[in-house]
Design a protein around this ligand. Structure first.
Ligand SMILES: Nc1nc2c(ncn2[C@@H]2O[C@H](COP(=O)(O)OP(=O)(O)OP(=O)(O)O)[C@@H](O)[C@H]2O)c(=O)[nH]1
Ligand SMILES: [Mg+2]
Length: 450
């Protein structure tokens, strides 16, 4: 997983809070220290670290006495919220306008991943029904045109290159008439060792000649917090409209790159998480932080801690399951957990009195690849749609399909599975376990077994 070390350290800190008998100022201070250490080790800038941890501490102290809410849960939530804000809050997409072509220009220093990312972006949009082409304007590195062509060939989109021409704009002009055939044109440019005058001048010239709709700065995560300065520099030089951070899979310094990019004021649009053409994810701070913190795990842990403290009280998760208050994210997490270890048993275990029941292992397994589609679809849904999937009517399903590249049929299937699971959760409410399981098994045989 991306930023595994950072996630692990943050989770450790939160686990300590979840387990501690009293949550007093000393415990909060310890958590703050853990978070600071975790962020610094991920190469986040010291002043940013101090800023975010001060906010977390202030809120944890001030919001301590809100009635009716569990302090531990609230602290986990505060940490989650502040980290999301820290990484730019809401998801920021590239909005593809209806003009032909919509031009996306990639800029960045040497080796950042510009050319590779063109293949990933092209595939991303191609999957969503756009007609995409690329044009190679890196006239400095001799191997650049062939590299671009090879990448484009692999996903079957045209690459417009000219290995003889040494003037970038002239290459563009040569093919310009053809570009109106495409919805999206992605433009590769040359890198340099740093943001020097020569590079700035060249980017300005290309930019003035082409007038791109988006100027995307590609930054490698391994430069850590230097991303902030680089982003500011490129922005001052040529006005970037968004950032893609690459190589988040291969570095522990990604926290610095992500937070630095957010602090520069530019928005991170996508992250690169591998060398392959599919290793690109739209960047969504909420989902990203949730995954890093392993929110499911943390919630489960809070649950266990609570049960240990007070066996009588049913925890939130089991309560929510019993009441049928169950949303799409819960479904996804549940299915993901089941695919990993095959247990409806696990969920059942969390419901008081259901601990010993054995269910067929394959009962609720979702087909390989399907979960991935669901995740992409969920990425394109609004918060209220995730919380209440019943609002997803035909036109909304179409919008989600278009935004995610997943078919409407897949989305409908996900909703069907959601309704089925929710119904089961409702059925469990206050029923005799034996009878219930019989019902479960017959239901699952019919509808969910797949
Ligand atoms: N692990 C990993 N490697 C990546 C990622 N993105 C790019 N790379 C690798 O980084 C190296 C450089 O990528 P390029 O796409 O050639 O970089 P560039 O910015 O076009 O480089 P120049 O054109 O020379 O300026 C290649 O070996 C890529 O495979 C990523 O997200 N993860
Ligand atoms: Mg390149």
């Amino acid at each position: 997983m991306v930023l595994e070390n950072l996630g692990e350290r943050l989770r450790e800190g939160l686990k300590k809070i979840a387990r501690s008998m009293v949550v007093d100022e000393a415990a909060i201070n310890n958590l703050i220290k853990d978070i600071q250490r975790a962020l610094l080790q991920a190469d986040v800038d010291v002043s940013l670290v101090l800023e975010i941890t001060k906010k977390i501490k202030d809120r944890a102290m001030k919001e301590k006495d809100v009635k009716g809410l569990d302090l531990r849960e609230r602290i986990v939530n505060i940490v989650y919220n502040e980290l999301v804000t820290f990484l730019g809050d809401e998801r920021s997409e590239i909005i593809i306008e209806k003009k032909k072509p919509f031009k996306i220009m990639m800029v960045g220093v040497y080796g950042a991943g510009k050319t590779t990312t063109i293949g990933k972006l092209a595939k991303f949009y191609q999957k969503r029904g756009y007609k995409v082409a690329a044009v190679g304007l890196d006239v400095h590195r001799p191997a650049a045109p062939d590299q671009l062509k090879q990448i484009c060939d692999s996903i079957k989109i045209p690459a417009y290159i000219d290995k003889e021409e040494k003037n970038a704009l002239r290459i563009y002009k040569k093919y310009e008439k053809e570009f109106s055939k495409y919805d999206i044109l992605i433009i590769d440019t040359a890198g340099r060792h740093g943001l020097d005058q020569e590079l700035v001048q060249e980017i300005k010239e290309i930019s003035d000649g082409i007038k791109p709709d988006e100027k995307i700065l590609v930054v490698s995560a391994d430069i850590g917090q230097a991303a902030q300065k680089l982003a500011r520099g490129f922005h001052d030089a040529c006005g970037v409209t968004g950032i893609i951070i690459t190589k988040l899979d291969g570095t522990a310094r990604g926290g610095g790159a992500l937070s630095g990019a957010a602090a520069s004021g530019a928005r991170v649009k996508f992250i690169g998480v591998g060398e392959k053409v599919d290793d690109l994810e739209p960047f969504n701070p909420e989902g990203f932080v949730g995954r890093i913190l392993g929110m499911g795990d943390i919630e489960a842990l809070l649950e266990k801690a609570k049960e240990a403290m007070d066996e009588e009280k049913a925890g939130d998760i089991s309560k929510r399951l019993l009441e049928g208050d169950f949303n799409l994210v819960d479904l996804y997490e549940q299915m993901e957990a089941m695919n990993k270890m095959g247990p409806l048993n696990k969920i059942i275990e969390m419901v008081p009195g259901f601990g010993q029941i054995k269910l067929p292992k394959e009962a609720l397994k979702v087909q390989e690849g399907k979960l991935e589609k669901w995740r992409e679809a969920m990425n394109s849904m609004t918060k209220s749609e995730l919380e209440n999937p019943d609002v997803l009517d035909g036109s909304r399903i179409q919008r989600v399909a278009k935004g995610s590249g997943v078919t409407g049929a897949d989305i409908r299937e996900m909703i069907k599975q959601y309704r089925m699971s929710k119904k089961m959760m409702r059925m469990m409410k206050g029923k005799d376990p034996e009878k219930l399981i019989k019902k479960f098994q017959s239901k699952m045989g019919k509808g969910i077994g797949m």
